[in-house]
Ligand binder design. Sequence first.
Ligand code: PMP
Length: 326
Amino acid sequence: MTTDREPLSSVLETIGRTPLVRVHASPDEVPVYAKVESFNPGASVKDRIGKYMLERMLEEGTLPEGGTVVEPTAGNTGIGIAVAAGQLGVDAVFVVPERFSVEKQQLMRALGATVVNTPTEKGMDGAIRRAHDIADDLDDAVVPQQFSNPLNAEAHYETTGPEIYEALDDEVGAVVIGCGTAGTLMGVARYARERNEDTYVVAVEPEGSLYSRLEGEDVEEADYKTEGIGTHNLETNELFDDSLVDEIVQIADRDTHAEVKRLASEEGHLVASSSAAASLAARGVAERIRDGEVDAPHDTVVTIFPDSSERYLSKGIYRDFESWEG
Ligand code: PMP
């Protein structure tokens, strides 16, 4: 979304400046605000990195003009990169594990990209390896690699972080953000800690994911249905910097699913599972600030709603928990 009333020159100018909306509103609570990233043109937080990474790589010459980007992605990054690639004269190929939503793959193709599927059981690692093989066979091809590319976090340091602080007149007590690549959290957290080194920073992952092991927690690895956050391989997720994080919170799929439904029916937010997990974690932190269990420099919690539920209707996101395919 943009607040500009002037006509804009391309869809790229509509990326960012998304609304920050109060959620869980009740008068005597510590307020929780969510940045609603489905207002971006590709309908997710990843439009920010698509635009930022491609523009920077073209400027720096690491991506030649008219070249190709090959990216392993669960989908939203593909859509974000495809939106930018189309406008910047770059070809895009995406390597997507089969289990991820078909809506996202259709949108990537509609935006002019090529989609290559890899077997679900090979996970994101399989997709990463395949992306490198494809790029090796093409001239002028680059793998931006959101899992290790510092430009991913930098996009949020330069845009998402400053937008949050501007909207709240610097009064940010805690940031509570879901971690897939951890780009969103790391960019916002670095910006937040520069503004106030006492800002309380919380990473959110589904139960079954492994980020908590970085904090010495003996968590068990398991499959989870929540899409877009969590990791099964700490080695490929190179962006996560433990020194910027106070706490890692795990949310169970069953609670997340109930929250997806509650956010729609009670608050009018058609958001998906990663938003719901972040919402629950943020409310928990707000309650602990209110009860004096967490020290935060302000009585305000900020979270991110990365994308919308419409992208997951075919997986039964609004059906009962058992038939939600995740
Ligand atoms: N939610 C969804 C739906 C996503 O697609 C992603 C990206 N994997 C995230 C959350 C997490 O964002 P990040 O990669 O910046 O940690």
